[in-house]
Design a protein around this ligand. Structure first.
Ligand code: SF4
Length: 366
């Protein structure tokens, strides 16, 4: 069934009153092909906390002169964390870290010390080590990459990701992004498009509550839909809510309302209702309200770690898998584990032999 939602339709959903929201939520149910809600058991390893951007909501980035900053983890440190994650049954390693960290001298010095020229060289080698020496699958989200860098990363990643956040360049003038050249939507859309051209199974999404209008939310969702229609590589769309935290530049900003989250998740579920693209809501950022999003059409909890915190939302611990299962079942659904790469991409059109062999060797998966 194709809905062909227009921008006007989406804005209408985003402006829906309470009774309309209830009707729309019910409408999302008809697009469910099953009762399954997925998650990926992962470990989150930030390779560096240095970043060229300075987002108004960031609680992750540290300055190079901060004695507590991770300038660049060593391979040995990363391997130890990976081995620990194996013991917990994690199947995905999420390498998320600051963008273009090698624009900082402190990181360049570390890279030279470790025998690398560029950050991408190091990331590729870390991912290769993961494939060679552990049972985990790498999923890298390190900001924008050029086509050539993405091509190298594709060979050693089962999937990759980059939040679009919002497609409006107006946000580059607001506290959220005014000091973050990497949040320029043109560059981000280009990265996501290049991932599509390279056939990289990809995760993206939007961030709401950072000063965007409803029209801009609609345009952002449509931009993701357009990329999916052209390349088919978008495996899931994250609807993430801005969460104020003490100490960030935007600490006094209001978080998006619960109803706005409901409207946005419902709009995304309906926009992608005729596809098998998952809609993901992070359960740790919606601890008390997570269940309702399943009723709005969300069908994925994303990466959930039994071992590492969510470093980019450090004040929001992930629920345990038992707790996740309980709230999923209580809402009338069934929780099931997935890999970081969705099943439909596990073939030689999307992944090389090394990755395919690795996936087939992971217990419980083909
Ligand atoms: S939110 Fe991400 S891109 Fe922005 S400053 Fe923090 S680490 Fe960098």
């Amino acid at each position: 069934m194709t809905l062909n939602l227009t921008k006007k339709n989406i804005i209408r959903i985003l402006n829906a009153t309470n009774s309309e929201v209830t009707r729309l939520m019910l409408e999302t149910a008809q697009y469910r092909s099953n009762n399954l809600i997925t998650y990926s058991k992962n470990v989150f390893i930030p390779l560096t906390e240095i970043c060229r951007n300075d987002c108004g909501y960031c609680n992750f980035k540290k300055q190079p002169d901060d004695p507590d900053a991770i300038i660049l983890k060593t391979k040995k440190e990363v391997l130890l964390e990976l081995k620990e994650a194996e013991k917990y049954g994690c199947k995905e390693v999420l390498f998320t870290f600051g963008e273009d960290a090698d624009s900082e001298e402190a990181v360049r010095l570390k890279l030279t010390e470790y025998g690398y020229e560029k950050m991408t060289d190091y990331v590729v080698d870390i991912c290769r080590m993961t494939l060679d020496e552990t049972s985990l699958l790498p999923h890298t989200n390190g900001g924008n990459y050029t086509y050539d860098d993405l091509k190298r990363l594709k060979d050693v990643n089962a999937s990759m990701g980059l939040m679009l956040e919002n497609s409006s360049s107006r946000l580059m003038e607001l506290p959220a992004h005014k000091k973050s050249p990497g949040k320029n939507p043109e560059i981000r859309l280009k990265t996501i498009e290049n991932a599509g051209r390279l056939k990289i199974p990809y995760t993206t999404g939007i961030l709401i509550g950072i000063g965007e209008t409803r029209e801009e939310v609609a345009e952002s969702l449509l931009a993701i839909r357009d990329l999916y229609d052209r390349y088919g590589h978008i495996q899931e769309v994250i609807i993430q809510n801005f969460t104020p935290m003490q100490g960030i530049e935007m600490e006094d900003w209001a978080e998006p309302s619960f109803l706005d989250m409901i409207r946005t998740v419902t709009a995304a579920a309906l926009l992608f209702g005729d596809t098998d693209v998952s809609i993901q809501v992070p359960p740790n950022l919606n601890r008390d309200t997570a269940q309702i999003f399943l009723l709005c059409g969300a069908d994925d909890w994303g990466g959930v770690s039994p071992i590492s915190p969510d470093y980019v939302n450090i004040t929001s611990p992930w629920p345990g898998i038992d707790e996740l299962e309980k709230l999923t079942v209580d809402a009338g659904f069934e929780l099931t584990e997935r890999l970081c790469v969705y099943e439909k991409y596990v073939n030689d059109e999307w992944l090389n032999n090394t990755l395919l062999k690795k996936i087939s060797s992971i217990s419980g998966h083909r």
